[in-house]
Design a binder for this molecule. Sequence first.
Ligand SMILES: Nc1nc2c(ncn2[C@@H]2O[C@H](COP(=O)(O)OP(=O)(O)OP(=O)(O)O)[C@@H](O)[C@H]2O)c(=O)[nH]1
Ligand SMILES: [Mg+2]
Length: 439
Amino acid sequence: MAMSVARVRSASLDDPFAVHMAPPAGETSDQRTRRLAAAQHAEKTSRQIDEVLLAGKRLLDKKRQDVKILLLGQSESGKSTVLKNFRLRFTPQYFDGERAAWRTVVLLNLISSVRTIVDAIHAELAAPEFTLVSAVHRQRCDALVPLLAQEGAITALLAPISAVAPPGGEITVRPGGAWKVLLAESDAAKHTADVAAALCDEVETLWGDAAVRELLQKRDISLRDAGGYFLDDIARVTDPGYVPTDADILRARIKTLGVEEHFFEKEGAPGTRGVKDFWIYDVPGSRGSRAVWISFFDQVQAIVFLTPLSFYEVLEEDTRVNRLEDSVVLWKEVCANALLAHVQIILFFNKMDILKAKLRAGLIVKEYVPSFGDRENSYAGATAYFKEKFRAYHKRTSPKPRSFFYYETTAVDTRSTAKIIGAVHEEIFRKHLHESILI
Ligand SMILES: Nc1nc2c(ncn2[C@@H]2O[C@H](COP(=O)(O)OP(=O)(O)OP(=O)(O)O)[C@@H](O)[C@H]2O)c(=O)[nH]1
Ligand SMILES: [Mg+2]
């Protein structure tokens, strides 16, 4: 008796689980088969979890070593558009799966332009002595009500995953792919396409109306300069068989609140042999959401800083602040930041197509920037002047000397931007490689 107690005790001390793992007394062969299958399944699941955790850790370790690029700049400077250019250049295969979602975004952008026109007409009709529009225009606006209503339908559809937007404000979504799935496959999105196709002629008539154009000019509304401009393509984008082109996707605008992280796997596309894996962070640029920027400062090797030369505009979120002045303040802060002392900073003067068009239309730089003085009021004159300003701030505020990289870009032009993206990528990796060798 004493012997058997000692034996059990020693077995359980050697292997405390043995007692629990032992088959139950009187187990039938069926029960045994089921028990073993369950144990096998549990072991497989546990192995799978371990693998996922390990893969996550490996990815994290790898991410630490991979090059990371941060896109910075005020809201609407073109950060998300530049990210799309990187995706088009290095991982174009993913674009095809997203075209249906972008179709809905294009239509939303079109509807937003139509709303601006309709609002302007209503405001004019409400004015005591309206002259430019008439009751006919009111009827045309009424006919477009079902199209405008689709904005509300899509906002409702996106509500569970959208970031809070003011009523009537721009549709804003959270980062990630959820909005793309909803906009590609929902009934509301399909209905939007049907309504747009049915009202295509109405929209075209309104947009083609000389009085409407005059009214917009009078009210200083420039739809062409706003993001997501598709009014010149009404018939094409409302066609039932419409599939957005790369250029359309680049021009389409949907505001994301939060940080988009994109991983670029090497050799994703033809012509990208030798490309190493890298990451891009696209952060929101409006004043209220810049606090998140700093959390990336100690992780990134390069920053692409975007600024349009929009000295003639104010910030949407704070109309007391001139857009270019805001960019200059940000630029100085980024250049001076001690955490970024080793980071390569690349400056993009973006939306150069708009500056060119404005200057052609008679914009006088000196009227907005007195220090511009009597320099040549041309594209070359203006860009050279501002380039020197940005270069000087870069030199003066950088904690230690570093090279000044600068490009003039039109991020909605895929072809010219692809070349610049290629050059920027090469430059970043050249520096990274150089530093890895030194380490
Ligand atoms: N004409 C023109 N439009 C541009 C250019 N770059 C971007 N856009 C448009 O400007 C709008 C704003 O661009 P985004 O890339 O969304 O700006 P963002 O910097 O990401 O803005 P936030 O996310 O609000 O910080 C979009 O509709 C773009 O299509 C450009 O070079 N020329
Ligand atoms: Mg953005």
